[in-house]
Design a protein around this ligand. Structure first.
Ligand SMILES: [Zn+2]
Length: 385
């Protein structure tokens, strides 16, 4: 963030006896003219509380008719996927709100998906270009916490360098929307990820008409997640379209595309385990990127991740649907290119994980039980999960 920023604040009154709280979005002065004056960002910010608590969400600002209808459909789908989500009602002054935003932007995080998308929305994408963006937007408060300014500054610097090579400016927004102890943090990946992005985009709905966000999965391999090809577009309003980009490409396809630009892979940032600007080299996200880099022959180009061993792949746990999807895709690719060593190691991981999944799921219940939590965690650790 620059030295002078401007804040858009929404005041939330909770009806369940908890204290009132504020949700805010900060941007540099230059962007503040694009701040929303409608109920759109606050409706999105309130949806996880609706899922968690049920009841009524009352928005005290005119709210776009299309967004109201879309978010009702979004909620229907997620309640079908997750049976514990509560129904809620939305009360708002329904209007067609088109604030006249004119720019297109792509969310940027520094990872494989966002590098792939950002590149294909500039002329650097060459024959693979699918559109144009005016700028990239990096969010502080999603993956890097607000109390880690030096880590965010490092990621911002990396991202600015990347954006400069693409020929588009990098914009930055900070937000406290991920409130601790709520679905916003407890179910960020499975439920709230896309809502977070949509709220940030809609907070600048007078500036933007199109938000491009990178697909996490190829469409035929997508798993139930907060950001999903079937539901993300339901966060669009009359004036701001949410575009889910790159659903035709898997992780391997994306790295193969990025290998045309070796400088992009040198300092790639994929990991949020330490909530920092550096990769831990150990977590599932780091591991699957290391495997994909190895399979595409790009590992030697990357300075920010260690080379993966076959032993580590064999022992890796991939019991979660998302990880199984990635490992299956990479095993198929390893077989296709004749890397039988990698293929065998990935298959062994998939088989072992399938056998371990029931006990890991069982033990995860202990993590929620006071006193037994440490036992559950340590046994899971022994299982490599
Ligand atoms: Zn990591």
């Amino acid at each position: 963030m620059g030295s002078s920023f401007v804040r858009l604040t929404g005041h939330f009154k909770a009806g369940n006896g908890t204290e009132d709280f504020d949700v805010w979005f900060d941007v540099d002065e230059e962007l503040a003219g694009g701040f929303s004056e409608s109920g759109a960002p606050w409706l999105i910010a309130a949806i996880p509380y609706g899922f968690e608590l049920g009841g009524t969400i009352a928005i005290e600002r005119p709210t776009d008719a299309m967004l109201l209808e879309n978010t009702a459909a979004f909620a229907h789908v997620f309640r079908r996927w997750y049976k514990d989500l509560k129904p809620f009602e939305v009360i708002a002054d329904k209007e067609i709100v088109d604030p006249g935003g004119e720019k297109a932007f792509a969310f940027f995080s520094g990872g494989i998906d966002s590098l792939h998308t950002a590149t294909r929305y500039t002329s650097l994408g060459g024959t693979d270009q699918v559109g144009s963006v005016d700028e990239l937007l990096l969010i502080w408060g999603f993956d890097i916490e607000l109390d880690s300014p030096s880590e965010f500054a490092a990621l911002q610097k990396q991202s600015e360098d990347f954006a400069a090579r693409l020929g588009v400016p990098l914009r930055v927004m900070a937000t406290n929307i991920r409130r601790p102890g709520t679905f916003w943090t407890n179910r960020w990946g499975p439920l709230c990820h896309a809502l977070g992005k949509a709220a940030c985009a809609l907070a600048l709905e007078k500036r933007y008409k199109k938000a491009i966000w990178a697909a996490g999965y190829r469409s035929d391999r997508s798993v139930v997640e907060g950001s999903h090809p079937m539901t993300d577009h339901y966060l669009s309003s009359s004036g701001l379209a949410m575009v889910y980009d790159g659903a035709d490409s898997g992780r391997i396809d994306k790295i193969a595309f990025l290998s045309r630009f070796p400088w992009m892979l040198e300092d790639i940032h994929v990991c949020w385990r330490g909530a920092s600007s550096r990769n831990c080299g150990k977590c599932p996200k780091c591991l699957r990127t290391e495997i994909a880099l190895e399979l595409t022959g790009m590992m030697a180009r990357c300075n920010s991740l260690p080379r993966v061993s076959l032993e580590r792949i064999r022992k890796a746990y991939c019991g979660e649907p998302a990880e199984r999807s990635y490992f299956t895709e990479m095993a198929e690719y390893a077989k296709k290119i004749g890397r039988s060593d990698m293929y065998m190691a990935l298959c062994e991981s998939l088989t072992r994980s399938r056998h371990r999944a029931p006990i890991v799921n069982y033990l995860s219940r202990f993590e929620k039980t006071p006193g037994l939590w440490r036992a559950g965690r340590s046994i899971r650790h022994m299982l490599g999960a």
